[in-house]
Each structure stands twice: as C-alpha cells, then as structure tokens.
Design a protein around this ligand. Structure first.
Ligand code: ADP
Ligand code: MG
Length: 561
C-alpha cells in the first residue's frame, strides 16, 4: 500500500482550516450531512435526466450511528458514492469540489440546489477526528473503495467490500482534552440537537437509533423498558418553500413554537417568496408580547439565515432595522455569497437587498393589520409601539416616512388609539393644525387648562403620555401637510388668536401692580405673567415660547449627561 502525501500547501491549509475557520466544532456534522444530502441529490438528478434510473424516495436516507465503545460516529448515505478517481480528486485535494463541478456540468435547476461549492467542508471532520474513514461505492460501479486519513500525513485508498451504492464516513473521535469534550458527539441528545439546529430542513430523512421507553406488554403496572428505535430526526420539509395556499395558521404557529422564536403565539406572520434578481424565501413573525429581555442588553435582534436550506447564522442582525427588532423568523436564499466556512457572508450586497425588501414587507403587513384588524394591531402596538416611535426619532428622522402611518395615540375623542390618518380624516375644514397635549396620564391631560380653548373649537387633541411621543412628533414636524401643535404653545393657530393676543399684550393698568408682584415672587421661575383669554374654567395656566415644551424639558433634564 502506497501512502500518498498531501501537498505541503494542502497540509498547511488543512491545519489552518481545522483550527480556525469554523466558529464551532459541531459544524463538522452540518458539513458531512450536507455532503450526504448533495450525494443523494445527485442521484435524484440522475433519475430526472436518465430513464434507466429510478428514484424511489424510500431508498434514500442519511443515517447517524454513534458507537460509544469505539468512540466512533458514522454518517452513512445512500447517495451517488465516489469512484476511486473521485475519492482521489475530491478528498485528496483540498478546495476541490466535485459538487461545484457537478452543478456546472448539469446546470442544476432551482429547488435542487446542491449545497457544496468550496471543497473544504469535508475536512472540518478533522476538528473532532483523529482519523476519518470513507467507505464508498459509486453508482454503476462494482468495486467499492475505502479512503482513510489522519488529516496530517496524507491518505490511503484501498479496495473494499460494500453491498450498496453510497458512502459511509466513520469518524474516530479525538481524546477528550481539558477544555474539549468530544464524547458529546456520541450522545443521542446532542446529535439530535445539532441536527435540529443546522440540518433540520435537509430534504432527505436523517435517521438515528434512539432509546425510547415503551410499556412492557402484558405488565399490569405501567412498567416500561428501554428499546432502541429508528427515528427520523429532521423535519425535512422547509415550510417556507411550500405554497402559501397549502399552509394553515396552525402550520405557521407550530413552526414558531418548534423554532422557539418565542413562548407566546405569534400575532401574525409574513410568508415571502421572491423570485427576482435575488431569490429568497422568508417566514417572519410578529410576536404578541414583548420578550422579557427586550429592553435589556441581552436582547439581540436578528433573523435566522439559511443558505439553500442549511442554517448558517442564528441571528443575522443586518436583516432587520432597529425599529423592527421585535420581528422573529428566518430567511433562506440560494443567492448568498458565503465565505469558505459558510458561516459569514462574503459581501453583503445581496443581504442589503433582502433586508430592504423585508423591511417594506413588514411595514405593509403592519399597515394592513391596522386597517383590517384594529384589535390585533392595538395588541401589537401596546407591545411594540414605543419601538416605532424611537424609530421615528432616531437616525435624525431618516425613517419617518416609513413609520408615520404606523403610529397611534390616544386622543380627546376617547375612541381608543387613533392613527394620524384617522385624525386628519376627521379634521373640520377650518382646522389647520394637528393638536396634541402632553402629560403623565390621560386623566391629567384632560384637566390641563390649555386644552380648553382647542377643545372648545371642537378640535380633537392627541394625548401624549410617553417621553418619546413629543420628540417623535417634533421629528415628523407635519403629517399630510398639517403641522403639529402643542396646545400649550403661545400661538395656537386659531382664528381667535388675534383677539387673544391683543388682550394678552395689553395688560389693563388696574392689574399691572398685581402682575408685577407675581413676577417678583416667581422670579427665575417664569419669564412673564400675563392676562389670558384662553382660560375658561381654570384661573391660571403655564405656556411656553419656542420649540422646547415643558414636558420635553423635563425629559431632557432627567437624561444623564
Ligand atoms: P463541497 O461540499 O463544498 O464540494 P467538501 O469538502 O464538503 O466540499 O466535499 C468535497 C467533495 O467530495 C464534494 O464536492 C463531493 O464531490 C465529494 N463528497 C464528499 N462527501 C461525499 C459523499 N458523502 N458522497 C459523495 N461524494 C462526496
Ligand atoms: Mg460539503
């Protein structure tokens, strides 16, 4: 037996890769399962293009077997297998991808997207393995071969026995070291959860013998015994690739629960299938309740990112603007340029396009919800409305156009939450401004003397009780060409203003002494004391001049420097 050596560069590359490019060791399993899936896809493709080949779904699977005594993990597939030449070429040369070549040769159609492309994934096995054995029999061949390597010195290829077409990869796990526990890759629970995490939507069944407790037949006291049972541990069907019309609300809710996006029920979902210059599928959820850590440092926004059905990133934050950070869900695209570890994106142009698209879908979904199901929208708004207002205010108002139609406030009409367009729609013809009043609570605002004059005209007043409200509105400046006006501002824009102002500017002589006395007493607290015509049932009120109102001043003063 002649031992062939990796070329020096390859050996160095292998070392480097094994130790550095993957963020987590468990990814080796994702890579080997992806290869197995690719190998089965190639059989499927053969059947599509060659009449003498049939593809009977039941015969195609991936199977994981852990052997604790030998400390080996086996990944078996019934895919296309490899000839001796292919073994040599694909596994003997790093960065040689048989899958990439296959795709090019066959101009693969959408939907049967082979995952492999870089020709390095296989070697990730050496992150956890002392040695790797690949027993394989290529489709249409009589002879099987076994490839073996310790990942350092090179590899051997020999003839071997194998009854079926396909590949069986056996990994001899490294010895446990101080910080590294390789035995975990022999545990049922661990293997299951790694498969769920990265490979749940591989199209073929990933099987494993798992231990289950079954009631012993004939025993009267519910006694159980441990038996081994073969189970399929992946869900296989990516629901995001299904047609919306085939899916029910329950399907989406189950998906939400399975993926553990939240403990609540989603309020609504958005299913996107885009087949344009950039292709992607996405399922997004708007949760019903605010996560307990939403306003803490621990909260991380982001969507799960899949490339051709394989999970590559758990929280891709670039996909969501901060003001939609409450959205949960996933995106799958075949068009991402990944880096070699398939964990990071090579360039984010595609991602930016997707993010922009997603943003507008969320926006329009929320708008529709507001229009068609006010009650649901209010539930949403009570949980996340504050975030939208921050969104209007942040980035110097760059997103205000996107968000203004999603805002709601309580108002003097007491008709529940009111959108700005509700407000404008019922403005009387002579009303020029959108009026608002600020205060700690609705009760307090109602009692504000300043509201009287505006309310007297029959104009509606928006009630702002959150710190961010007035800041957000100042950023908007106007809605539908109507400016916002605080009821406590000096100039209210009413047709009686002139009269009021005249009266206020000309303090009658008989009061002058009293007012001067008041000013002395309130020195440094007020800049002027004047007679007012805007009061009806109240004896006195405070007003402001200029842009910063009393409420805003309070907030600004409360802020840390
Ligand atoms: P990639 O998957 O990016 O092509 P890998 O290093 O994971 O790179 O695999 C290299 C090549 O080895 C694959 O392209 C494929 O041709 C071949 N290969 C790996 N695993 C299998 C398998 N289980 N069955 C058939 N061919 C395989
Ligand atoms: Mg691969």
């Amino acid at each position: 037996m002649v031992k062939k050596e990796f070329k020096a560069e390859s050996r160095r590359l292998l070392q480097m890769m094994v130790n550095s490019i993957y963020s987590q060791k468990e990814i080796f399993l994702r890579e080997l399962i992806s290869n197995a899936s690719d190998a089965i896809d190639k059989m499927y493709y053969k059947a599509l293009t060659n009449d003498s080949v049939t593809f009977d779904k039941d015969n195609f699977y991936i199977k994981l077997t852990a052997n604790k005594d030998d400390r080996t993990l086996t990944i078996e597939d019934t895919g296309i297998g490899m000839t001796k030449e292919e073994l040599e070429k694909n596994l003997g040369t790093i960065a040689e991808s048989g899958s990439f070549a296959f795709k090019k040769e066959n101009e693969m159609k959408d939907g049967h997207d082979i995952i492999g492309q870089f020709g390095v994934g296989f070697y990730s096995a050496f992150m956890v393995a002392d040695s790797v054995t690949v027993l394989t029999k290529a489709f249409g061949e009589e002879t099987a071969f076994v490839w073996e390597s310790d990942g350092v010195d090179g590899y051997t290829i020999e003839e071997a026995e194998k009854s079926h077409t396909g590949t069986t990869i056996t990994i001899k796990l490294k010895e446990n070291a101080d910080e590294e526990n390789y035995d975990q890759f022999l545990e049922e629970y661990e293997l299951k959860s790694i498969v769920k995490k990265y490979s749940d939507f591989i199209r073929y069944p990933i099987k494993m013998d798992v231990t289950v407790h079954k009631p012993i037949e004939g025993s009267d006291e519910n006694e159980t015994e441990e038996v081994s049972e073969e189970q399929t541990i992946n869900s296989m069907v990516p629901i995001w690739r299904k047609n919306k019309s085939e899916l029910t609300d329950d399907d989406y809710n189950n998906f939400y629960q399975e993926k553990r996006y939240g403990f609540d029920k989603p309020l609504t979902h958005i299913h996107i299938n885009v087949d344009g210059t950039i292709r992607y599928n996405a399922i997004l959820f708007i949760p019903e309740t605010m996560p307990f850590d939403y306003y803490s440092k621990e909260f991380e926004k982001g969507l799960e990112l899949y490339s051709s059905g394989v999970m590559i990133m758990e929280k891709c934050s670039e996909l969501l603007p901060d003001y939609f950070s409450f959205v949960k869900g996933m995106v799958d695209s075949e068009d991402l340029s990944l880096n070699i570890s398939r964990e990071i994106l090579q360039q984010d142009r595609q991602l930016k396009t997707i993010a922009k698209n997603i943003k507008s879908k969320i926006k329009s979904q929320l708008k529709t919800l507001m229009k068609n199901d006010r009650e649901k929208y209010e539930t949403f708004y009570n949980a996340f409305g504050r975030q939208l207002k921050y969104g209007v205010y942040s980035d110097f108002g760059a997103n205000k156009d996107d968000l203004q139609d999603l805002l709601m406030f309580y108002s003097s009409t007491k008709k529940g939450l009111v959108s700005l367009s509700d407000y404008v729609d019922r403005m009387p013809d002579d009303q020029k401004f959108i009026y608002y009043a600020t205060g700690d609570s609705y009760g307090r605002i109602e009692k504000l003397p300043q509201t009287e004059m505006v309310a007297d005209k029959g104009y509606e007043i928006l009630y702002f009780t959150e710190d961010v409200d007035e800041f957000a509105i100042k950023m908007l400046r106007e809605y539908d060409e109507k400016e916002f006006k605080n009821v406590s501002s000096g100039d209210l824009g009413l047709d009686t203003d002139e009269e009021t102002k005249d009266a206020e500017d000309n303090t009658p002589a008989e009061h002058k002494e009293l007012f001067d006395e008041m000013k002395t007493v309130l020195e440094n607290k007020v800049s002027d004391v004047r007679i007012s015509k805007r009061l009806k049932s109240h004896p006195v009120c405070l007003t402001t001049e200029g842009e910063v109102t009393i409420e805003m001043e309070k907030v600004l003063q409360a802020m840390p420097d």
